[in-house]
Design a protein around this ligand. Structure first.
Ligand SMILES: CC(C)(COP(=O)(O)OP(=O)(O)OC[C@H]1O[C@@H](n2cnc3c(N)ncnc32)[C@H](O)[C@@H]1OP(=O)(O)O)[C@@H](O)C(=O)NCCC(=O)NCCS
Length: 194
């Protein structure tokens, strides 16, 4: 039988080739989306370390290998799609955008979270990448609603969601506990037919 006679080294290299080519979920002009893998840990954690000032007090990305491992696991769970936003040019990780708590049935909704990595902000890459995630949400996953919760003073994120067609729906006092404090958030949503 064919599979018995296949040399072990061939099988190993075929598996390695497969695992070294991550599935690309969406491609844009400058960036593409793919799921995170454990092999990204070193690059990811170094970028997060370099981005602490950018992220605080808005988000708390995974900061160590254990948290990153949980993120990788969660990124492919039935109720979430975690995406790295990578440069087409050299595959560097420019940022992250995640759809979480995907609820089906009569709701067809998900939460959107995102953060850039410091060396790549201010170039429109996050706008492009998060835009791709919305296409994935509405066209591939057929969701009806995506919700982003943003702190009122987070002007860069507010600019991003506005640019991507989100509308402000409301205000939630002491909504998320970030960096040790319950923080007020504005609720912004984009509907599939917006
Ligand atoms: C929010 C965040 C992701 C925005 O990142 P960003 O790189 O500034 O976002 P964009 O991709 O939209 O880039 C916009 C900037 O690129 C500039 N730009 C340059 N070339 C561009 C292009 N081709 N297209 C669009 N914008 C371009 C824009 O003028 C804008 O700069 P400005 O703010 O000085 O006007 C980043 O600030 C971040 O990580 N913040 C912390 C995490 C966070 O708050 N997450 C959200 C929690 S709700």
């Amino acid at each position: 039988m064919g599979w018995i006679s296949t040399p072990r080294a061939e099988v190993d290299s075929a598996l390695m080739a497969k695992s070294s080519e991550p599935e690309i979920l969406r491609t844009g002009k400058r960036v593409y989306l793919r799921r995170p893998r454990l092999a990204d840990a070193r690059e990811f954690l170094a970028l997060m370390e370099a981005s602490r000032r950018l992220h605080r007090p808005w988000v708390q990305p995974p900061g160590d290998r254990k948290a990153f491992g949980l993120y990788v696991q969660h990124a492919s769970s039935p109720r979430a799609v975690g995406c790295l936003i990578c440069l087409r040019e050299d595959h560097a990780i420019a940022g992250v955008a995640n759809l979480t708590e995907i609820v089906r049935g009569v709701f067809q909704s998900a939460y959107l979270g995102f953060y850039g990595s410091a060396p790549y902000v201010g170039q429109g890459l996050m706008r492009e990448g998060v835009g791709l995630v919305l296409r994935l949400a509405f066209q591939d996953l057929k969701l009806h609603r995506v919700e982003a919760n943003v702190q009122p003073a987070n002007t860069r994120s507010l600019a991003l969601v506005k640019a991507l067609g989100f509308k402000k729906e409301g205000y939630s006092p002491r909504y998320l506990k970030i960096a040790g404090r319950w923080r007020d958030h504005e609720r912004w949503t984009r509907l599939a037919d917006d």
